[in-house]
Design a protein around this ligand. Sequence first.
Ligand SMILES: *[C@@H]1O[C@H](CO)[C@@H](O)[C@H](O)[C@H]1NC(C)=O
Ligand SMILES: *[C@@H]1O[C@H](CO)[C@@H](O)[C@H](O)[C@H]1NC(C)=O
Ligand SMILES: *[C@@H]1O[C@H](CO)[C@@H](O)[C@H](O)[C@H]1NC(C)=O
Ligand SMILES: *[C@@H]1O[C@H](CO)[C@@H](O)[C@H](O)[C@H]1NC(C)=O
Length: 185
Amino acid sequence: MFVSYLALVLMGITWTTTDGDLTFTQEPGAKLYRQEGSNVALTWDYKVDKIGELEYIIWRVYNKTEMKTRNLIVEYKKFGYVRYTNYTLSAYGTERLKKEGRATLVIKDITFEDSTNYRCILSGENATAESLVELIVTGHTYVTPSVISGKVGGSATFTCSATGGPSQNFTWMRGGQKLSVMVNM
Ligand SMILES: *[C@@H]1O[C@H](CO)[C@@H](O)[C@H](O)[C@H]1NC(C)=O
Ligand SMILES: *[C@@H]1O[C@H](CO)[C@@H](O)[C@H](O)[C@H]1NC(C)=O
Ligand SMILES: *[C@@H]1O[C@H](CO)[C@@H](O)[C@H](O)[C@H]1NC(C)=O
Ligand SMILES: *[C@@H]1O[C@H](CO)[C@@H](O)[C@H](O)[C@H]1NC(C)=O
């Protein structure tokens, strides 16, 4: 009785240590900054230690408006097919959002709306792995300086404005020297 119990415990330990592991070999990083209008590749790759362990891969996005995590794409490894969810088809279409390579998610022509968290999940019978990236879409910055007034011996006013988001830092330079920095304007 005791012996068989011990054997079970030992087998349990062996199971957990020899289970196939799912591991990411490449991840986009915690934060990715990309400019509005560009195409972004959230590059993931993985390895599977045990054949047959990986059952499906799922890519998700956090929709800030809905405050909900939505499935984008599901790849059923066992059956060998990739399914784009209805959410993806209506919110992006397969032209703007696409799976490429083994686990890379490509989003084309990004907008500020696309600034959010994306995750890739590897799922198997006995193992899962999850990887998250925050995409931060930045604006094109157009700087328009102008001299308002200035006379010899007097003072001159320079103004500078920029469009784009989400927030910018301004640095005033004079002859290569930093004069002042304004943060998060
Ligand atoms: C998952 O674990 C069970 C119990 O140890 C084992 O029988 C099965 O083969 C494992 N599945 C895979 C895909 O490794
Ligand atoms: C997705 O769209 C198709 C076609 O419009 C529809 O038949 C199906 O029920 C939808 N699936 C879900 C889960 O909403
Ligand atoms: C978030 O959800 C709303 C409401 O369903 C939808 O209109 C919008 O396109 C979604 N946002 C993104 C970035 O897909
Ligand atoms: C702006 O400056 C602050 C403080 O130095 C820094 O934390 C932040 O990352 C900067 N932002 C950008 C967009 O460079």
